[in-house]
Design a protein around this ligand. Structure first.
Ligand SMILES: *Cc1c(COP(=O)(O)O)cnc(C)c1O
Length: 375
């Protein structure tokens, strides 16, 4: 590791800037969209902004951007067909949203068992640990979707316990979507009314509302959802959105006189810049442009998959997902292209900023890599 030269801090920063600029074009395995321009917001760095408290209430501290936060919540909840009685806030990312979902679920059902899948993001296991929850890990179908059969069996084993389901609305590795309707049928077949469903929709949560799903995602079908802001939308600061219903969040609300607001967020002091970022991202384009960006990611993934197949590379995608899966390449390839590996597979993600030319170059490299590795 080299030591940073702090005597000449400007040139040290310039060097880092140049390095990041170079790396940016070689990130293919991770879902962060790099296509954005929030330069209009740079003047807001003048203020010690803090969105402390409940964004839906007025607080005594006025250096906040709560009205922008509320507007982002409204936009996203409309994507999930919910117009009234929504409660939500802007989080530090998908992890915080999952933790909040589990925290609220457990507050409703202190004895609840958390059912999650073997392909759930590691933030779920972390939230289970933090909340000291009882849990049950369910295996996945070949495409990465939860095994409904096993889910049902495990629920039956604990039939007297309330059920807290962590549904993946697009897994990190394969982009598989757990079917909320099937899960609800299982609960109804077993006559379970004490349940809570949280959806982890970190990356796919802003893509699926623009796809023609047979049953569109609807906030009325579950209790809460967590979506990342820095993934599909893209943001220089990690962020996300957590959404639930007013009557669901009431369970964890405490009124704090000191800030004259409700406290129901995990962080006390909260980011005032990320609401501006997400608000700009949403309103810099029209709704149709937004929709095109989301849909184009999937078209690009299908292009990458088909081109890999044509070139003899076993590749596949899940429906409605910009994640392209293929056999794990060499370590040099993984490093050069920032590819994400998992057991014997790996993936690239066709984010809005990934140009077709980069996909072509990557596939050329994969073909060479494969030729080299043949025994
Ligand atoms: C990325 C991701 C997360 C975690 O989001 P962070 O913003 O990194 O905290 C959670 N769940 C899924 C499915 C993800 O892909």
């Amino acid at each position: 590791m080299e030591n940073l030269d702090f005597t000449n801090y400007r040139s040290t920063l310039e060097k880092k800037y140049a390095e990041l600029k170079k790396n940016k074009d070689f990130i293919t395995g991770y879902p962060g969209n790099q296509n954005f321009d929030y330069s209009i917001l740079s003047k807001f760095f003048e203020f010690a902004l803090n969105n402390i408290g409940d964004p839906l209430l007025q607080s005594n501290f006025t250096l906040n951007t709560h009205e922008f936060e509320r507007d982002v919540i409204t936009f996203i909840s409309n994507l999930y067909k919910k117009e009234n009685d929504v409660w939500g806030y802007i989080t530090n990312g998908g992890t915080e949203g999952n933790l909040t979902g589990i925290h609220i679920g457990r507050s409703h059902y202190p004895e609840g068992i958390i059912y999650f899948s073997a392909h759930s993001h590691y933030s779920v296991a972390k939230a289970i640990e933090l909340t000291r929850s009882k849990s049950s890990c369910i295996s996945v179908l070949p495409n990465g979707e939860i095994s409904y059969l096993e889910l049902k069996e495990k629920i039956i084993e604990n039939i007297n316990q309330p059920v807290i389901i962590l549904a993946n609305i697009g897994t990190t590795m394969t982009g598989a979507i757990d079917d909320i309707q099937t899960i609800k049928e299982i609960l109804s077949d077993l006559n379970i009314s004490n349940y809570y469903i949280h959806c982890d929709a970190a990356f796919h949560g802003l893509i699926l509302p623009f796809c023609n799903l047979p049953t569109p995602l609807n906030l009325n079908d579950f209790h809460s959802i967590s979506v990342s802001g820095h993934k599909l939308i893209g943001s220089p600061i990690p962020c996300g959105v957590f959404l639930t219903h007013q009557n669901v969040v009431d369970k964890i609300k405490h009124y704090i006189e000191y800030i004259k607001s409700g406290d129901c967020t995990i962080s006390g002091s909260r980011n005032g810049i990320t609401p501006l970022i997400l608000w700009c991202a949403i309103h810099q384009k029209t709704y149709d442009e937004f929709k095109n960006i989301a849909q184009e990611c999937i078209v690009k993934a299908e292009y990458a998959r088909d081109k890999m197949l044509l070139n003899g590379i076993q590749a596949w995608t899940n429906q409605y997902s910009p994640i392209v899966l293929f056999k794990k390449p060499s370590n040099e390839m993984i490093k050069k292209w920032s590819i994400a590996p998992y057991e014997n597979i790996s993936h690239i993600i066709t984010t809005p900023n990934l140009p077709y030319e980069t996909i072509d170059k990557l596939i050329d490299d994969l073909v060479l890599d494969k030729a080299k590795s043949v025994d």
